[in-house]
Design a protein around this ligand. Structure first.
Ligand code: SF4
Ligand code: SF4
Length: 125
């Protein structure tokens, strides 16, 4: 496995260990707890990512990384990188598109806000 030295001399794993399909992560995933669908479990998402499936299902992941905490090999779902790849390929949800546009235009994901104003809607992927 690849390692990279850090500033303090310790080493960090540079390679994301592949999922070994044990399923331990499923019971700690908030997404799977609600939807109970294998393709939306951390294991399902790991297998879809491994096969480079470009699908909006990845936007359902909350990026909480509870799955990584219990994973025996430390597989990281790396949702941010997966989403970046999807955006680069034009695979996005409407909400994601709106959030990115708002951040570019207004510096926040909600859109135009007056000083101290609380957003009326929360946009989610
Ligand atoms: S990071 Fe995503 S896949 Fe992992 S536990 Fe959280 S919601 Fe589930
Ligand atoms: S992500 Fe980790 S805990 Fe989940 S099925 Fe794969 S190897 Fe097991």
């Amino acid at each position: 496995m690849l390692t990279e030295p850090t500033a303090d001399g310790s080493v960090e794993l540079a390679e994301n260990p592949p999922c070994i399909e044990c399923g331990l992560c499923r019971e700690v995933c908030p997404l799977f707890a609600v939807l109970r669908q294998e393709h939306l479990s951390p294991r399902g998402l790991a297998l879809l990512a491994e096969r480079e499936v470009a699908s909006v299902v990845f936007y359902q992941c909350t990026l909480c990384r509870a799955c990584k905490e219990v994973c025996p090999v430390g597989h990281d779902p790396d949702g941010e990188r997966v989403r970046a790849r999807l955006v680069a390929r034009g695979v996005e949800t409407e909400a994601n598109r709106a959030m990115i546009e708002n951040i570019r235009k207004y510096g926040n994901p909600f859109g135009p806000l007056k000083e101290g104003e609380i957003p009326k809607t929360l946009t989610c992927c």
